[in-house]
Design a binder for this molecule. Structure first.
Ligand code: ATP
Ligand code: MG
Length: 450
């Protein structure tokens, strides 16, 4: 494999030589002693990583030369990782550089074995980012409504979408809030022969119970006060196309019967009408409720469940597909920096680490909202933990790992216990060996919906 390119910018000739000698086995090393020679090499070679001494001639005691090089890199080669090399007395300059977008900093006198570790990590991150850019590029031509996902569970979802799109079978799409259920429904419609006909979504939980029947099935003139004219419902509006019944678990039982009749006979009856109207509409349904549990409680009809559930697509929670998190984060960052027209070059390394570790209870929607907000609030070149409002999540530097690790583990165990016990708090608590109030408090603390 070809060695990756490293540029060392330092005015101390001995140090340059020593570093080159130590690093030349691992990297293709270039040397520069001032701003002019550094910029020439950066433009020509575009090294993946640069170590940058801030104090350079003609004013080796100042930092302007170093910052000028940093700005040049950030403006033109934002993928390049810059490691600031600085004296212990100049910490605030180093921090300012990182704030601007440098990848990391390192103190003089240089401990070569430590520097090697930092460099290895910088090259590794650079490589990963490169792969992700290529991946995104390859995926951007896709037809899944811009859905991102390289993780195995998402690849399964895509392959099912492809298969069911060509049929007229109902599909039940399940998954936690914000996992992309509506996107899947739109993708199925888009890939089907119904594509040129309407896609009509309706959220069964958002419409008051007394209005939903007429919303769905329409009504005849004079059926109730306010029914001045005959009106078509969503089933008829979706003629030839697709009706998306979101939160189908909240559909009142009386309407479940009517929906079942439609699925069996392909006909509907308007409210106050006597005529059976034939409609050619495909039904896709979604829910974040556990319908099997609802069947046991008799709030969801079993016969309807089996009709809707001919094909099931279960969307994995974001915390179950680590491979996608950073990819999604970068995609949203690109999208919103483009829309909001800000020159943001990426995430700080702390921000990326926290994005990877956080369990994302609100799934993709939460990730997207946090990033959009961060892009609006950000004042630097990189999105920081503060921009993401994730500072409290990360905690202080020393306890990041343990504290987060514990929360993630606790969260996962609680979610599993709740699922196993069909959301019965008492049983889940006994499974986990804690009291019911303790479990309740923990769920509150970890933001798990009850
Ligand atoms: N795989 C993905 N790639 C890109 N964006 C996604 C992906 N999944 C979800 N999103 C985005 O996340 C947001 C939430 O998606 P969507 O509305 O489809 O979720 P949902 O499961 O229907 O959520 P809810 O249960 O809260 O209605 C949308 O803005 C959507 O564009
Ligand atoms: Mg939805």
């Amino acid at each position: 494999m070809q060695k990756q390119k490293l540029l060392i910018v330092d005015d101390d000739e001995d140090l340059r030589t020593q570093m080159k000698w130590a690093l030349t086995a691992d990297y293709n090393v270039y040397l520069a002693e001032d701003r002019q020679s550094a910029i020439a090499i950066i433009n020509k070679e575009q090294p993946a990583v640069v170590t940058l001494d801030l104090g350079l001639p003609p004013n080796p005691a100042g930092v302007e030369e170093g910052f000028a090089i940093l700005d040049h890199i950030l403006d033109n080669y934002s993928h390049t990782k810059v490691i600031i090399i600085t004296g212990r007395g100049e910490k605030e300059h180093a921090l300012r550089a990182v704030e601007k977008g440098a990848y990391d900093f390192f103190y003089k006198p240089i401990q070569l074995d430590e520097l090697k570790v930092v460099l290895r990590r910088a090259f590794h991150v650079s490589q990963l980012e490169q792969e992700q850019r290529e991946m995104r590029h390859r995926l951007s031509g896709d037809t899944f409504e811009g859905m991102i996902g390289t993780s195995p569970p998402m690849q399964d979802v895509f392959s099912t979408i492809r298969k069911v799109a060509t049929t007229d079978a109902p599909v039940l799409i399940t998954g936690e809030s914000g996992t992309g259920k509506e996107l899947v429904a739109r993708a199925i419609h888009r890939l089907s022969i119904r594509e040129s006909k309407p896609f009509i979504p309706i959220n069964c939980s958002a419409i008051p119970e007394n209005l939903i029947e007429s919303e769905l099935f329409g009504h005849e003139k004079g059926t109730f006060t306010g029914a001045h004219a005959q009106r078509k419902g969503r089933f008829e509006m979706a003629e030839g196309g697709t009706l998306f019944l979101d939160e189908v678990g909240d559909l009142p039982l009386t309407l479940q019967v009517k929906l079942l009749r439609f699925l069996q006979e392909k006909t509907i009856e308007r409210v106050g009408g006597r005529e059976q109207i034939e409609v050619d509409t495909r039904v896709l349904a979604a829910t974040n409720r556990d319908l099997e549990e609802a069947m046991k409680n008799s709030t969801f009809r079993e016969d309807l469940y089996y009709r809707l559930n001919v094909v099931k697509i279960s969307l994995p929670a974001l915390r179950e597909r680590n491979a996608d998190v950073v990819l999604l984060a970068k995609t949203f960052l690109d999208r919103y920096t483009g829309e909001i027209r800000k020159k943001i070059k990426g995430f700080s390394s702390q921000a990326i680490e926290s994005i990877e570790r956080y369990p994302w209870p609100g799934n993709v929607r939460e990730l997207e909202n946090r990033i959009k907000r961060a892009v609006i609030m950000s004042e630097g070149k990189k999105i920081t933990l503060e921009d993401l409002e994730m500072k409290s999540i990360a905690g202080s530097k020393e306890c990041i790992v343990l504290k987060d690790a514990r929360e993630i583990l606790e969260k996962e165990l609680i979610l599993k216990a709740m699922a196993r016990n069909e959301n019965n708090l008492t049983k889940a608590a006994s499974d986990l060996g804690v009291s019911r109030p303790t479990l309740y408090d923990l769920m509150e603390k970890l933001g798990i919906p009850k």
